[in-house]
Write a protein that binds this ligand. Structure first.
Ligand code: PLP
Length: 361
């Protein structure tokens, strides 16, 4: 069998399909009510699989919308969720047939009213991200007071304010926070229903944990809290959608990387591998850990602590200063790093925004 040249991420479409089915069954979502956020991994094979499964798509950049349309996804099945968009991107999206936009500010509302008339809107609400490993609250989300004003103003502008969205923050296993957030959303929903008869949509976002492990047990725990709310809202004819990204793809990918050298320095053994933080694992820089193990290891071996670092000359290029690996590891051995299915491959054009070209004067 031909060996692949390291480094590479091995992906399993079978795992993605299993995760999709598990998610859909556990929370009672039809496939068409799952909107995959393509920023998480926009590989065409993943997008094609999800499209064929009947999943729809959430986008944050015009390049993502163009990619999906090229793939044959109908604009009706795409929502443009980035709360702050460049004017020309709103216009381009509208011209491509996109009619559903997410936002959280009055400035954006005015832009959309001019550039994308008669569109459907949902507003991202600021909620607690307590317990999230990567909070998303600071940059996005409006207050409840602003939410009501945004609903009112949209109608004046001739737009169709249909609902709300929120996000509990990336990798949030804090069950109590899920409970508090859903209780709060239930309250907001009751108040909105009283004032705005057209309100009929809640986008529950994501944040389902899938980093420390594949997240299935966490999802079962979270479902005990949120499923009663989801069922209640469904019985009130509110359209619910979810945007799971990490849960579907994170554990479908494993980085295969080779040890290029082991150096002993200052009482530590430094394992240099052929991919590092700057090959898509930028999140390590803020303390996010990945699971690292040797391809060939068994639990009866003797283990010791190593520093595992990438190949660049940058001294921040370190996965972790304390990884337990078999004492016997050596140059040329393969290490597995996971999860590597979410946000890694897509880091090179993160969220659909490309590196600026260099132009010489
Ligand atoms: C609006 C939105 N939806 C969905 C996701 C995917 O979240 P997760 O990786 O927790 O599945 C993100 C991630 O940042 C997001 O910003």
């Amino acid at each position: 069998m031909k060996e692949n040249k390291t480094p590479y991420i091995k992906l399993s479409l079978k795992t993605i399909k299993e995760n999709l089915n598990f998610f859909s069954k556990t929370l009672g979502f039809q496939k068409q009510d799952i909107y995959y956020p393509i920023k998480v991994n926009s590989d065409i094979k993943i997008l094609s699989l999800l499209k064929n499964e009947g999943v729809n798509f959430e986008t944050g950049a015009i390049s993502e919308i163009e990619k999906l349309i090229k793939l044959g996804v109908s604009p009706q099945n795409i929502i443009y969720g980035n709360p702050v968009k460049a004017d020309e991107h709103i216009l381009q999206a509208y011209n491509l047939g996109i009619r559903t936009f997410g936002l959280d500010s009055f400035v954006e509302l005015e832009k959309i009213s001019k550039l994308a008339p008669n569109s459907k809107l949902y507003f991202r609400l600021d909620i607690s991200n307590h317990g999230a490993e990567w909070a998303l609250t600071k940059k996005f989300g409006c207050s409840k007071t602003d939410l009501f004003e945004l609903f009112e103003k949209s109608t004046i502008f001739g737009l169709a304010p249909m609902g709300i969205s929120f996000h509990v923050g990336w990798n949030n296993a804090d069950v109590e926070n899920w409970e508090n957030v859903f209780e709060y959303i239930d309250e907001v929903k009751n108040d909105l229903k009283k004032q705005f008869p057209d309100f009929n949509f809640i986008n529950i976002g994501s944040g389902f944990p899938a980093h420390k492990n594949d997240g299935k047990e966490n999802l079962k725990e979270i479902s005990k809290i949120i499923l009663p709310y989801l069922n209640k809202w469904r019985s009130e004819n509110i359209k619910l959608i979810a945007e799971p990204g990490s849960f579907l793809v994170a554990y479908a990918g494993i980085l295969h990387t080779k040890i290029i050298e082991i150096i002993e320095r200052k009482d530590k053994k430094w394992v240099f591998i052929d991919a590092g933080v700057f090959q898509g694992f930028f999140w390590s820089l803020s303390g996010i850990n990945y699971n690292i193990r040797a391809e060939k290891q068994n639990n009866n071996e003797n283990f010791e602590e190593f520093v595992v670092c990438g190949p660049t000359c940058d001294s921040h290029d370190v996965f972790s200063y304390s990884v337990k690996l078999p004492k016997s590891i050596k140059k040329g051995d393969i290490l597995y790093i996971e999860p590597a299915g979410a946000y890694i491959y897509s880091a090179k054009e993160y969220n659909g925004f490309f590196y600026p070209p260099q132009i010489f004067e």
